[in-house]
Design a protein around this ligand. Structure first.
Ligand SMILES: *Cc1c(COP(=O)(O)O)cnc(C)c1O
Length: 234
């Protein structure tokens, strides 16, 4: 087995163990392989090991990989900050966006989603830690944005996403995941049919799964430590 294939198996085992510990079925948690900074060859290696969903956080970097790998049946997820002037290529090239946090961007994505493609699947990014430097809407603004996004014709709101403040304190980390879960449950109680809670990364996927994550976004545990600092992990 290739090194990436071995890492992928190890991550799938971590997901399975965490899900069982939480009394959940392992297939309730999907794995998004975050391939930012890694070349198309690394994505292809993961593909050969069975992985189909890949996450990128920079549009231009992603575009060249998507083009190079167009022959493979991959599902691309955009997870980085979205500049208004980059919405068109994102609307054209991706199946999912996890990092939506502005209505203006949502409207542009819906308008620019090409006719004939499925609606763009969307998660709203929430800034649960309240750090000023972080992207994401504050918790009190989630519901209003969710209603506007749900009304757009070419977007389909699937759920919420967060990147918590890193914390060595496991309880503090879990509290942030729990807050996202509570926001998600509240939207569902109000009748929104959401099915995706995008939370958990290489270092904290177990905590996220215990708190109800349905999709973990994992980069370094699959591909290795990034040489370039993930500039846009905001
Ligand atoms: C880079 C990134 C990840 C993956 O982080 P790892 O710690 O490498 O697993 C997940 N989510 C977002 C939004 C990212 O930018």
């Amino acid at each position: 087995m290739s090194p990436i294939g071995g890492n992928l198996q190890a991550v799938l085992r971590r997901i399975e163990t965490a899900a069982r510990a939480a009394g959940r079925r392992p297939d309730e948690v999907r794995l998004l392989a975050v391939s930012k900074t890694w070349p198309a060859a690394a994505v292809e290696e993961a593909y050969r090991a069975g992985q189909r969903m890949f996450g990128e956080n920079q549009q231009q970097e992603a575009a060249s990989k998507i083009a190079a790998l167009a022959r493979l049946a991959l599902e691309w997820h955009f997870i980085g900050p979205i500049q208004s002037n980059k919405t068109r290529p994102i609307a054209e090239q991706f199946a999912w966006i996890h990092s939506l946090d502005r209505e203006k961007v949502a409207r542009r994505l819906s308008e620019q989603r090409p006719v004939g493609l499925e609606p763009l699947m969307v998660c709203i990014q929430v800034n649960v830690s309240g750090e000023a430097s972080k992207s994401g809407v504050p918790p009190h603004a989630v519901e209003a944005l969710a209603r506007r996004v749900a009304a757009l014709p070419n977007l389909r709101l699937r759920g919420l996403m967060t990147i918590p403040a890193p914390s060595a304190d496991d309880e503090r980390q879990r509290a942030q995941f729990r807050e996202l879960r509570a926001l998600y449950d509240a939207l569902r109680v109000q009748g929104m049919s959401l099915d995706t809670l995008s939370m958990g990364m290489s270092d904290d996927l177990e905590a996220a799964i215990l708190e109800g994550s349905t999709l973990v976004r994992v980069g370094s545990a699959i591909f290795g430590r990034r040489a370039r600092k993930a500039s846009a992990i905001a």
